[in-house]
Write a protein that binds this ligand. Structure first.
Ligand code: GLA
Length: 373
């Protein structure tokens, strides 16, 4: 059944609007976005799709093809959004944020279908949020620029679901272009699309351990960064420079390691951008591995499963480096390989990982073309 006919089977009419947004793999620059720093995500060909049709009342009837109890209609009334209801919170948060920002929407019926697994560190919720806002923009004639979409999604996530996320994911889902990496300065909100070298190929392998951001270690890390910035007397950790490192070393643990990660990661993003421009894959691979070590040892967001995936990837022929991507505490690794070798390397890593960890990994990229054919 096509998405449109699935919508018609649920709601008895065709959708009036439909939109998509991609997930993302962050190449480097982890936990820097809420510190005013630099990030380098790239869109992945896994999409979230939303279809909807306006109603004449204030009720939202929503169905997810993949989340919660798939196919079940979940309902709420605009103006009476209340958190704690699972995946629908992402929708409720957005309608509340939209109306608070003065955009006029009435009720609607909607269906979400997403190929981005939740908790894989690939921005599944921001992709749904951006796709939903694009569909609402089309259905209700809203005036929303790509940056507005990203800000609304970030605000809704922080205020409604309680995950105090940064701007990277919704901005990547909203403006990133296939085949390029988005070099984003999260303080200035300026960005540049940097082409990925033709000689490079990416793989993404999910550890099979899903994370949850709301209320988890993510918010703890963010609070640690804010505390460290306060103790150092800077607005954000972005403002800490090499010369400040003696003062950083005097901070109590674990704050000094948290700062060391953010400062060194920002430097690595800038170096990665230069390596990308030169097409220097070995250097990019070294930066991936150094970033992973920093996430593991200093920021402590990796878990043994993602460490194992990175270790196994680094042993593969044609692989330059690998690292945990996304918020951590589970999720996926991104692998940088020579063109034409990513599928074989990812399959071999996944097989060895399954055997050693007892987990069920998923190769999410490159997509299995045989399966799609
Ligand atoms: C999650 C958040 C992002 C970012 C990353 C870590 O994906 O949504 O804002 O902080 O974690 O880099």
């Amino acid at each position: 059944m096509t998405a449109t006919s699935a919508f018609a089977a649920l709601f008895g009419r065709a959708p009036a609007a439909g939109a998509e947004a991609p997930g993302r793999a962050n190449l480097i620059g982890e936990h820097t976005d809420y510190n005013g720093g630099f990030v380098l995500p790239t869109p992945i060909p896994l999409l979230a799709r939303v279809e909807l049709a306006p109603r004449t009342d204030n009720h939202v009837l929503a169905v997810s093809a993949d989340l919660g109890a798939p196919g079940e209609v979940v309902e709420y009334e605009l103006g009476k959004e209340s958190p704690g209801r699972g995946w629908i919170d992402h929708v409720q948060g957005l309608t509340r944020a939209l109306r608070a920002a003065g955009h006029e929407v009435c009720g609607f019926e909607m269906r979400i279908a997403s190929c981005i697994p939740p908790g894989a560190g690939l921005s599944s919720s921001a992709a749904v949020g951006v796709a939903l806002l694009r569909a609402l923009r089309e259905a209700f004639g809203l005036v929303l620029a790509p940056l507005d979409l990203a800000r609304l999604v970030q605000g809704a996530e922080s205020e409604f679901t309680g995950a105090r996320v940064g701007i990277m994911d919704p901005l990547a889902c909203s403006v990133a272009r296939a085949g390029t990496a988005l070099f984003l300065d999260t303080r200035e909100l300026t960005f540049e699309h940097i082409p990925l070298p033709a000689a490079a190929e990416l793989a993404v392998v999910h550890s099979g351990v899903s994370h949850r951001h709301a209320g988890g270690g993510y918010n703890v890390r963010r609070a640690e960064c804010e505390r460290a910035a306060g103790l150092l007397g800077v607005r954000e950790l972005r403002d800490v420079v090499e010369d400040d490192m003696p003062r950083v070393a005097a901070l109590p643990e674990p704050l000094q390691r948290r700062v060391r990660h953010v400062v060194s990661e920002n430097v690595r993003v800038l170096a990665a951008v230069e390596a990308l421009r030169r097409g220097d894959l070995p250097e990019l691979g070294r930066l991936f591995l150094a970033s992973h070590a920093s996430q593991r040892d200093d920021f402590e967001v990796s878990i043994p499963e993602t460490d194992l995936l990175v270790e196994l990837a680094a042993e593969e022929a044609g692989v330059h480096g690998a690292r945990l991507t996304g918020g951590g505490f589970g999720g996926s690794v991104v692998i940088l390989a020579d063109e034409g070798t990513a599928a074989r390397a990812a399959a071999s890593v996944a097989a060895a990982y399954a055997e050693r960890s007892g987990r069920r990994p998923q190769v999410l990229l490159p997509e299995d073309r045989r399966a799609a054919a």
